[in-house]
Design a protein around this ligand. Structure first.
Ligand SMILES: Nc1nc2c(c(=O)[nH]1)N[C@H]1C(S)=C(S)[C@@H](COP(=O)(O)O)O[C@H]1N2
Ligand SMILES: [Mo]
Length: 304
């Protein structure tokens, strides 16, 4: 039923048990929503979106075992070890604020907003590593248009679930919880910006932000907030978790920029997970042709 890749090693060899379970749930849930039976399955059977990179995707194992998700621990292996029992059903996303038709979406409602597409994107972590991930998702613009943003909707704020019982990392004060992120409205409406509900043609593994997470491929990975429960249209620039934690290190824009060093390290190069030699980091993570225009006239050293 779902997309397959030559690069997708036999799932029996590499798919963790939790991912198999998720996959069964995805098929059940989607059938319930008439999803993969209809247009969505047609879209998924087709080629990856033209907005996809030609870079070879990382393996499912790499993508699901090397994660940043501080709600489940700060080590790269923690999310895979600790997020297995995270409850992603039922799930609601509140879309509120400066909109004519604010609305609360269940996951099934969300999946009806637009046909699912496969988007193979590079993800560049601010720490200096990168991966290539075949996401399955919908354009965020499709959802935002549905709630009819008004003229005061200049920014979009996002929040992760706050539930320390399930997310033990929230008991530590490493960040000011819940995890928060934000985009300018034109960034949020850009066709590259998606809400992902799956990867490698299967439901999103918990450690990657199930059941729904943002993906903004030209920005450092921390902008791509996981387990989203709230999306708020607003007039003012939202506070964001990493900017609150270390404002001199993490700005609001956080566009991937090899020419602006992190105060404690260079951003000129990156290590693709699975490779040994570093490669040069590209402006806007290689998406400059599509997004550089959004920042015309802005000083990107100041607005880092
Ligand atoms: N809620 C939440 N979202 C988050 C994070 C987090 O700690 N909590 N980490 C971010 C960082 S730093 C990165 S690099 C990406 C990693 O996404 P991945 O694990 O799917 O590769 O998730 C981002 N989203
Ligand atoms: Mo990151």
């Amino acid at each position: 039923m779902l997309i397959r890749h030559p690069s997708d090693i036999a799932p029996s060899e590499i798919t963790p048990k939790s991912v198999f379970l998720n996959r069964r749930e995805f098929m059940a849930a989607s059938a319930g929503a008439l999803l993969l039976a209809g247009e969505a399955s047609a879209a998924l059977k087709g080629a990856p979106s033209a907005l996809s990179t030609k870079d070879t995707p990382n393996s499912l194992k790499e993508i699901t075992t090397y994660n940043n998700y501080y709600e489940f621990g700060t080590d790269k292996a923690d999310p895979a070890a600790n997020a297995g029992k995270f409850k992603t059903k039922p799930w609601q996303i509140v879309v509120e604020g400066e909109a004519g038709k604010p609305r609360t979406y269940g996951l099934d409602d969300l999946l009806k907003v637009a046909a699912l597409e496969e988007r193979i994107y590079r993800l560049r972590c601010v720490e200096g590593w990168s991966m290539v991930i075949p996401w399955v998702g919908i354009p965020l613009a499709s959802l935002l248009k549905q709630v009819e943003p008004n003229s005061k909707a200049k920014f979009v704020a996002f929040e992760t679930l706050h539930d320390p019982k399930q997310m033990p990392g929230q008991l530590s004060r490493v960040l000011d919880w819940p995890y928060r992120e934000g985009l300018r409205i034109d960034e949020a409406m850009h066709p590259l910006t998606i809400l992902a509900v799956g990867l490698y043609g299967e439901v999103l593994p918990n450690q990657n932000g199930a059941p729904v997470r943002l993906v903004v491929p030209w920005k450092y990975g921390f902008k791509s907030i996981k387990a989203v429960v709230k999306i708020r249209l607003q007039e003012t620039q939202p506070a964001t978790s990493w900017n609150l934690a270390a404002p001199n290190e993490y700005g609001f824009y956080s566009n991937v920029n090899p020419n602006v060093d992190h105060p404690r390290w260079s951003q000129a190069r990156e290590r693709r997970i699975g490779e040994i030699l570093k490669r040069p980091t590209l402006p806007f993570n290689g998406y400059a042709d599509q997004v550089a225009g959004l920042y015309k006239g802005m000083d990107l050293r100041k607005n880092f």
